[in-house]
Design a protein around this ligand. Structure first.
Ligand SMILES: O=C(O)c1cc(=O)[nH]c(=O)n1[C@@H]1O[C@H](COP(=O)(O)O)[C@@H](O)[C@H]1O
Length: 282
């Protein structure tokens, strides 16, 4: 059980980015990372892995992002670990973005929203990732419940993987690309919100620099792809331009490979965070 949140997600995230710098680190217990950390592939080891990341980074980075699939692999034991990780990290002062990439018809979307965004949900995080493939409008229950409970959603717009381009760059009925339509729809959902709305978008740090116009969006832009997927902090300026202050660069493996020590993880995250801060200053 979590307390009702009185301040909206956009405002909480903006404050966290201001105080801690703009960086999201993924909690992705890949089997290869578990082995590199001298752990086996069990729910117990996943707990050890995730809790080490929480200990290292809950007070350091703007937001942490556990990827649900890496926990779901272990069935109910893995979900129990995920529940514990979210609760303890939030207790330790972290904002938690649960990466679930869910999307469904509106009535089922409402059930997903109750599972992850309702204040009484055992798996309630501060925000979740959602997929708009069933239409932006189908996400309305999640956007609505998130707003009521002080939480947020990040809508996939232009993902970091090479396979995303064909579908997301194709032309939508509005005349813009599908990805641009998602960005503009998120902007509409956030209309009037200060300093940032609770509806963010996901746009990979790996995409071309001329693909999207973020100028109407007053919401956060999650930018995964740094490190393991080939994007660099330097490439963020070209991709996001004037929208850079709202960009939340994200990385997982490139930091996690510096475990298993708390100090190793912290030093790696600080290094990326400083590069991002330099970029924002320069
Ligand atoms: O929604 C996401 O988080 C996401 C969207 C996207 O377009 N690309 C992407 O890589 N991600 C997630 O971000 C993380 C990237 O991990 P690394 O490639 O190890 O930095 C993974 O958990 C992905 O599932």
């Amino acid at each position: 059980m979590t307390d009702p949140l009185r301040v909206g997600f956009g405002e909480r995230l903006a404050e966290s980015m201001r105080a801690r710098g703009a960086l999201c680190v993924g909690i992705d217990p890949h089997p290869s990372l578990l082995h590199a950390w001298d752990l086996d592939e069990t729910a117990r080891s996943v707990e050890r892995f995730a809790m080490t990341v929480v200990e290292a980074l809950a007070g350091e980075v703007a937001i942490l992002k556990p990827q649900s699939a890496f926990f779901e692999v272990y069935g109910s034991a893995g979900i129990a670990v995920l529940e514990k990780v979210i609760a303890e990290a939030r207790q330790a002062g972290a904002l938690m973005l649960l990466d679930i990439k869910r999307g469904d018809i509106g009535s089922t979307m409402a059930a997903y929203a109750m599972a992850y965004l309702d204040e009484h949900a055992p798996l309630a995080a501060d925000a979740v990732t959602v997929s708009p493939y069933l239409g932006y409008g189908s996400l309305a229950p999640a956007i609505g419940i998130a707003e009521q409970t002080g939480r947020g959603v990040f809508v996939l717009a232009r993902t970091s993987n090479p396979e995303g381009a064909g579908l997301q760059q194709s032309i939508h009925g509005s005349g813009d690309s599908v990805a641009q339509y998602i960005v503009d729809s998120a902007a509409e959902s956030n209309a009037g919100a200060e300093p940032m709305g609770h509806v963010g978008v996901v746009a990979g740090a790996t995409i071309r620099s001329d693909e999207l116009d973020f100028s109407r969006l007053n919401g956060p832009i999650l930018a995964p792809g740094l490190g393991a997927q080939g994007a660099t902090v330097q490439s963020l300026r070209a991709v996001f331009g004037a929208a850079l202050p709202n960009v939340l660069p994200a990385t997982a493996r490139d930091v996690l490979r510096h475990g298993p020590t708390v100090n190793g993880l912290r030093a790696a995250a600080r290094k990326v965070r400083e590069e991002v801060q330099d970029l924002l200053r320069g």
